[in-house]
Design a binder for this molecule. Structure first.
Ligand SMILES: [Zn+2]
Length: 302
C-alpha cells in the first residue's frame, strides 16, 4: 500500500490517536453522511447530538454539486464537522463546465479551512441508466486533477465502474482517499488498496444476504477499512422497511448515530472486538484524510 499522506502535524496525529484508543466508549468516524439532505431538515440538530452521544467523533459531509458547496461548508462549521467539495457523477448531467470553475474557486478560497478535508463526492456511475458516460468521465478526470493540484484526498462514488475508476486513478496519481459504500470483489478492493485507497463500509454489511460484501468485509486487512453511514441512505438491516411498508408511510432514514451499531455488526463478522475496530478505522480515516486529526471530538467534551 502507498504510504499515507502526512500533511498533518505529528502533535495532531498523536492527539487523535490518543482519542481513538482511549478507554471507554469507542470513537467512530462517519466518513460519508449527506447531512444537508432534506430528510434531516426537521431534526438536524438532534441527529448531530445523537451521533455525538453514540461516540461518533467526526462526520464528513460530501457535496454533490456546485449548488450545495456553501451549504455543506456552513453545516460543517455550524456543527463542528468536516466537509468535502465535489460534483457527484449522478449530478454531472445537470452540471456545466462552469461548475468546475466554481469548484476550483471554492477549493482555492477555502484552502486554509481546516474543515475542508477532501474533494468529493466524485466518481463514475454506470448503474443509473441514461447518464452520459463521456460527460461523467470528463467531470471525474477534471476533479481528480483538481484534487491533485490542491493536494486533497478524494471521496469516490463507484458503481458498476470499478475498472474505469481504477484506470483514471492510475493515470492521475492521488494522495488517496476512500472508495465509499464499497460493493466490489475482494480483488477489486485489493486494487484500490494498492493505489493507497481505503474502502468505506456501512449499513450494507448488516444484511445477512449481502454475501459478497460480508465476505469482503471479513477478509480485508483492518488497515483498509473505514466506516460510513451514507445517511440518509443505506439503512442498516434493523432500519430497513419493505416496499409495502414504505407505501403505507413507513420511513427508513439512516443517521450517523447508527454507525456505532453497524460497527458492532462488522466487528462480530470479523471476529474482532468493537474497541479494536473502532480504534483502527478511526486511525485509518485520519491517515487518509489527515485534516481530520485536528477535528476529532469525544462524546464527553463535545
Ligand atoms: Zn454519497
Amino acid at each position: 500500500m502507498a504510504p499515507p499522506p502526512s500533511a498533518h502535524s505529528p502533535a495532531d496525529a498523536a492527539a487523535a490517536d490518543a482519542i481513538a484508543r482511549a478507554p471507554g466508549q469507542p470513537t467512530w468516524i462517519d466518513t460519508h453522511c449527506h447531512l444537508d439532505a432534506a430528510e434531516f431538515d426537521a431534526d438536524r440538530d438532534a441527529v448531530v447530538e445523537r451521533a455525538r452521544a453514540a461516540g461518533i467523533g467526526q462526520i464528513v459531509i460530501p457535496a454533490v454539486d456546485a449548488g450545495n458547496f456553501e451549504r455543506v461548508r456552513e453545516l460543517a462549521h455550524r456543527h463542528r464537522l468536516a466537509y468535502a467539495l465535489g460534483i457527484h457523477p449522478m449530478c454531472t448531467d445537470r452540471a456545466s463546465p462552469g461548475d468546475l470553475d466554481v469548484l476550483r474557486d471554492a477549493l482555492a478560497r477555502h484552502a486554509g479551512d481546516p474543515r475542508l478535508v477532501a474533494v468529493g463526492e466524485i466518481g463514475l456511475d454506470h448503474f443509473i441508466e441514461g447518464l452520459d458516460r463521456e460527460r461523467q468521465v470528463a467531470m471525474f478526470v477534471a476533479q481528480l486533477e483538481l484534487a491533485s493540484e490542491f493536494g486533497l484526498p478524494v471521496l469516490l462514488h463507484v458503481r458498476r465502474a470499478v475498472d474505469s475508476v481504477l484506470k483514471h486513478l492510475r493515470r492521475i496519481r492521488q494522495v488517496g482517499g476512500f472508495a465509499h459504500a464499497f460493493n466490489g470483489s475482494e480483488q477489486q478492493a485489493g486494487a484500490f488498496v494498492d493505489l493507497g485507497f481505503r474502502l468505506g463500509f456501512g449499513g450494507a454489511v448488516t444484511f445477512e444476504r449481502a454475501l459478497r460484501i460480508r465476505r469482503v468485509g471479513r477478509a480485508l486487512a483492518q488497515a483498509a477499512i473505514v466506516m460510513e453511514t451514507d445517511s440518509p441512505d443505506i439503512p442498516p438491516q434493523w432500519r430497513y422497511r419493505t416496499a409495502e411498508a414504505r407505501a403505507a408511510g413507513a420511513t427508513m432514514r439512516n443517521e450517523p448515530a447508527e454507525l456505532a451499531s453497524i460497527g458492532v455488526e462488522l466487528a462480530a463478522l470479523r471476529g474482532e472486538t468493537v474497541e479494536a475496530l473502532a480504534a483502527a478505522t478511526t486511525a485509518n480515516a485520519i491517515f487518509s484524510l489527515p485534516r481530520l486529526a485536528g477535528l476529532l471530538t469525544r462524546a464527553d467534551d463535545a
